[in-house]
Design a protein around this ligand. Structure first.
Ligand SMILES: Cc1ncc(COP(=O)(O)O)c(C=O)c1O
Length: 402
């Protein structure tokens, strides 16, 4: 018997969070590898970095020897997060009991699903989905169940569609708000309907609010955890990677209902005990008033790129109606009559511009590419110069879907 047959369980054969060798994703990646000077807008890792005050605070912690375990997470950070949740999100929690600090929000999702799932339990999420949610559910032996969403609805799910897919095995609905990959921003009435549904069906709502600061077009971020009826049925996941441009710092948190906080903290402790201490000191500074002007400027810069990007595509003949959120979003390529995979390949081969077909995040992404506006404005301008000559042929050439 091969060692792998003995030690690698069967469910892992289809589990490839780091990429597999087949499918559009792999094919396009191979093509990109063979090309020079590719502008790659696939990632969701902001190019801008953490506020200088956060960097200083982390370096100062290292220098001062604040490098020991911070069991349970630094009390100062939990208090700062509780203050932020009250002020920005209108969520009231006890920082001693209900805030759990994790190594990135990826660990928050892993800890949560390992806590609440029995093998075979179902977790709802959107199609298109954020891949990390699907991985976290699958790795905890749960079964992801997809809720279709549409560009016409700015990718916001219909609560009735969520309700329809609830079975006796359903434990939760996990969704990013604002959403990666789509940029969806959930309206208050949708969120209230989801809270009501959670109470009626006795399931949990699990918002991932990592992109909360990036909401445009006059819309505002509403936290589902702030709504009436949410206290026992909402587990909020958040972190520093996106809104604070701290991806590599690996810091996230969970705001948990009181009844869940203790078992969840136990599982979280079993996974990796604690998060890094110097980074937590940096995160406290990132949440401080001193960092605000810096992050306001980050918000403005990503808004400027977003406006340039979608306005230019519209001007070039590909009309866009993007959802209001995030520095990630969708590019409507339906007027070309081609599949996302086909247009992605044309952009890559003929313009050396790499955007995923949104189908890599679920079948409902057909007709769209997914973009992360994680390059400076000048690079985006260069990108538009490269794809502009291709667009007339794309629009004229191929009415049939491949
Ligand atoms: C919606 C969403 N949630 C969570 C994550 C992972 O965040 P973290 O770096 O906190 O693990 C990402 C990263 O792309 C994301 O897009």
């Amino acid at each position: 018997m091969h060692l792998a047959d003995r030690f690698v369980p069967a469910w892992l054969h289809d589990f490839h969070p780091r990429g597999s060798n087949d499918g559009d994703r792999a094919r396009l990646q191979r093509l990109a590898k063979g090309l020079a000077d590719v502008i790659n807008l696939n990632s969701g890792d902001p190019d801008l970095t953490a506020a200088p005050v956060a960097v200083e605070a982390a370096v100062e912690a290292l220098r001062a020897g604040k490098t020991h375990y911070a069991h349970g997470g630094l009390a100062e950070l939990r208090a700062a997060i509780a203050r932020k949740l009250a002020a920005d999100n209108r969520i009231i929690v006890d920082p001693e009991r209900q805030i759990i600090i994790t190594n990135g929000s990826a660990e928050a999702a892993a800890a949560l699903f390992h806590t609440i799932l029995e093998p075979g339990d179902e977790v709802l999420t959107t199609d298109p989905y954020y891949s990390g949610h699907v991985w976290a559910v699958t790795a905890a032996h749960g079964v992801p169940v997809l809720i279709p969403t549409r560009g016409e609805d700015l990718w916001e799910p219909d609560p009735d569609e969520v309700a329809k897919r609830i079975t006796p095995r359903t434990k939760a609905f996990v969704f990013a708000n604002p959403a990666n990959p789509t940029g969806a921003v959930y309206r208050r009435e949708t969120l209230q309907a989801l809270v009501d549904l959670a109470q009626r069906a006795n399931i949990l709502m699990v918002p991932d609010e990592l992109f909360e600061r990036y909401v445009y077009d006059g819309r505002a971020h509403v936290s589902i955890g702030s709504l009436p009826g949410a206290a026992d049925h909402v587990v909020t996941i958040n972190g520093f990677s996106k809104s604070y441009c701290m991806t590599g710092w690996r810091l996230g948190w969970i705001a948990a209902p009181k009844w869940l906080a203790e078992p969840l903290a136990d599982v979280r402790y079993a996974l990796s005990m604690v998060a890094g201490t110097p980074t937590q000191w940096g995160a406290i500074a990132a949440l401080s008033d001193a960092a605000r002007p810096y992050y306001d400027e980050v918000y403005r810069a990503y808004g400027e790129r977003r406006a340039f990007f979608y306005d230019t595509l519209t001007r070039l003949g590909l009309p866009q109606h993007p959802a209001p959120g995030a520095f990630v979003g969708m590019v409507d390529i339906r007027p070309t009559g081609r599949t996302g995979a086909a247009v992605s390949e044309v952009f890559l081969r003929d313009a050396r511009v790499f955007l995923w077909p949104a189908t890599v995040f679920g079948a409902c992404g057909e007709g769209y590419l997914r973009v992360g506006l994680i390059k400076p404005l000048d690079t985006l301008k260069d990108m538009m110069r490269r794809i502009e000559p291709l667009i007339p042929a794309l629009l004229a050439g191929a009415p049939s879907r491949r």
